[in-house]
Write a protein that binds this ligand. Structure first.
Ligand SMILES: Nc1ncnc2c1ncn2[C@@H]1O[C@H](COP(=O)(O)OP(=O)(O)OP(=O)(O)O)[C@@H](O)[C@H]1O
Ligand SMILES: [Mg+2]
Length: 317
């Protein structure tokens, strides 16, 4: 089966400057595949090239070189467009229309007619929890409400692939939770979701796989669980029945050690000690293990580290 979305060496140079323009590489040889049914997080700091990539996929910006395909067809293919939903980074609508009128208009563009058209508009507004205010002009909407209208618009054609540029931006905690639920509902329906974000907790809560982009380059990609597993930095061990001899032995290896009381100790050990050897050492001293937990990097740590590495590489070039 063709990938829902694939890019191959996708590169974009913008012309910058006024009198003498020079190229600025916003996207540098991006190769990426998103499989059908995945929720894929496209992460990176400001200016990484996320929106540029999404605009290329939507045919709004032309790549300098490389290719992008969706469902095995090139960008701009009409059959693909019909199966695609898109939330732009800054959705801009005719603000004298009401939310309902706008969605009816978009439903019409996708071929819905008559009663179906109204029903479709109403269904997507329900999905993003725009209530009676749907009969108010959009110019009276708050940023978060407009964002929801933007998401409704992206879903109006019941798309198989949904491309969302910062879907959580401008949303309050309830709104974020609603959008998360919506993305998971899309996945359960079998749709593919490709969304950009710099909010890592959203990616942690939603994605099967993520890619991290920095300064136009792909710095890492993979299953979130596996990426974090690679990053076990040590072990958090709680030991009971600690003798003075064991305490001294643990202290010599620990990066941190805290007495909890009642002969219990919390010990942070570096990753070079395996949980098996830790358990064996503790048992042979007559003490017992209450818990062993891996200390993992969070996505936040990974993100900061990768971005710093990318910056260093760029400086070296
Ligand atoms: N039309 C343009 N002309 C020139 N440079 C541009 C243009 N659009 C974007 N850029 C530059 O390309 C780089 C990538 O921008 P892009 O908008 O793709 O980043 P982003 O990852 O979406 O960032 P953010 O998280 O802030 O939305 C930035 O350095 C930006 O200044
Ligand atoms: Mg952007």
């Amino acid at each position: 089966m063709a990938a829902a979305l694939a890019t191959d060496d996708l590169t974009k140079d913008y012309r910058v400057g006024f009198w003498r323009t020079r190229p600025y590489r916003a996207l540098d040889a991006l190769t990426l595949q998103v499989q059908p049914g995945e929720v894929f997080g496209f992460l990176g700091p400001n200016g990484a090239g996320k929106t540029t990539t999404l605009k290329i996929l939507m045919g709004l910006v032309f790549p300098t070189s490389g290719r992008a395909e969706m469902f095995g067809r090139p960008v701009g293919d009409l059959h693909v467009k019909r199966r695609l939903g898109y939330l732009p980074e800054q959705p801009y609508f005719y603000d004298y229309l009401t939310a309902e009128e706008l969605l009816i208009y978009f439903a019409g563009l996708f071929g819905y007619r008559g009663a179906d058209r109204r029903a479709r508009a109403s269904a997507v507004l329900d999905e993003v929890e725009i209530g009676a205010e749907r009969r108010r002009p959009l110019r009276t909407f708050s940023k978060g409400m407009l964002q929801r209208v933007g998401i409704a618009q992206a879903l109006v054609n019941d798309p198989e692939l949904v491309i969302l540029d910062e879907p959580m931006s401008g949303l309050d905690p309830l709104g974020r939770r609603a959008v998360r639920a919506l993305i998971l509902a899309l996945r359960d329906r079998g749709s593919t979701v490709f969304f950009s974000s710099h909010v890592l907790s959203d990616a942690e809560a939603l994605c099967s796989r993520v890619a991290i982009l920095a300064r136009g380059r792909l710095v890492t990609e993979g299953r979130l669980a596996e990426m974090l597993e690679f990053q076990v930095r040590g072990w958090d061990v709680v030991v009971a029945g600690v003798t003075p001899a064991l305490q001294a032995a643990l202290a010599a290896r620990a990066t941190r050690m805290t007495a909890i009381g009642d002969g219990r100790c919390a010990v942070e050990l570096p990753s070079m000690y395996s949980p098996e050897t830790i358990a064996a050492d503790v048992a042979s001293a007559g003490a017992s293990i209450v818990s062993i937990n891996p200390i993992r990097a969070t996505l936040e740590d990974l993100f900061v580290q990768q971005v710093a590495d990318a910056a260093r590489q760029v400086e070296r070039r």
